[in-house]
Design a binder for this molecule. Structure first.
Ligand SMILES: [Zn+2]
Ligand SMILES: [Zn+2]
Length: 251
């Protein structure tokens, strides 16, 4: 395989790993408590998130819960209704960072995710984690192609996350009454996150695909973790919270 092709393939695999961990660990488990993970699964997930994204879980949780509390109204950190979908698509990472650095957002929305020993001593050093991740890619592919792979991963990861917030609140089907949308193609590349209209209708559900044909690879992975005793799902059936969602999340 050509080095450039290998670098791109490795980058897309790394991105997919980060996307699965984002939806399973940061989103479904931590933000919505729709499932719990045993430490044997959660800890390696944290290490991988640290080295592939540098994200601090309490920040991600807080920004995301605020999005559910103020979906597409004043206060939403990244609403395409307020800002336009192109702007959210292109600047989602900056919009995220601005909200993540707001101490009021963290203290209000992530009270239950306080920094622990591992955060204070290791995981809060985002650049160290990212540096380690890039280092591994450089060892694996050589310095040049390792850097190329890191760059491709960053672009793939950030743009697919942005698409959930931008495209996933603008184009697509709305089977439930909320401003988010369902997009099959987006769900396929984001481990199920593209079923975003379903998710806003039933945020406490660990399963984002509601119809049999709504493929949710994140849920498939969760099913494997459940089968080996590493994950527990809180609600077996899909519970719709509708407009009450706002009170529930903000409380
Ligand atoms: Zn949304
Ligand atoms: Zn959510």
């Amino acid at each position: 395989m050509l080095p450039v092709a290998l670098a791109v393939v490795v980058a897309l695999v790394v991105s997919q790993v980060a996307i699965f961990l984002t939806t399973i660990y940061l989103h479904r488990a931590l933000s919505h408590r729709s499932m719990t993970l045993r430490t044997a699964a959660a800890f390696p997930m944290r290490v991988l998130l640290w080295t592939t994204t540098g994200i601090k879980p309490r920040q991600w949780v807080a920004v995301h819960r605020k999005h559910h509390a103020y979906t597409d109204v004043e206060g939403d950190p990244h609403s395409p209704v307020m800002l336009g979908w192109v702007r959210v698509q292109l600047t989602n990472a900056a919009l995220y960072r601005r909200e993540a650095r707001n101490p009021a957002t963290i203290s209000r929305y992530a009270k239950d995710v306080p920094p622990g020993w591992w955060d204070r001593h290791l995981f809060d050093r985002a650049w160290l984690g990212l540096g380690l991740g890039v280092g591994v890619l450089m060892l694996l592919l050589g310095p040049v192609w390792g850097l190329v792979a890191a760059l491709v991963h960053v672009v793939a990861y950030l743009s697919s996350n942005a698409a959930v917030n931008a495209v996933g609140h603008h184009f697509g089907r709305r089977p439930y009454e909320n401003t988010a949308t369902n997009l099959v193609w987006l769900a396929l590349i984001t481990a199920g996150e593209g079923h975003h209209n379903n998710h806003h209708a039933a945020p406490t559900s660990a399963r984002l695909g509601h119809k049999w044909w709504e493929i949710d690879f994140g849920w498939w992975a969760i099913s494997v973790f459940r089968a080996v005793g590493l994950a527990k799902v809180r609600l077996e059936r899909i519970v719709f919270t509708g407009p009450k969602d706002r009170d529930r999340v903000a409380a």
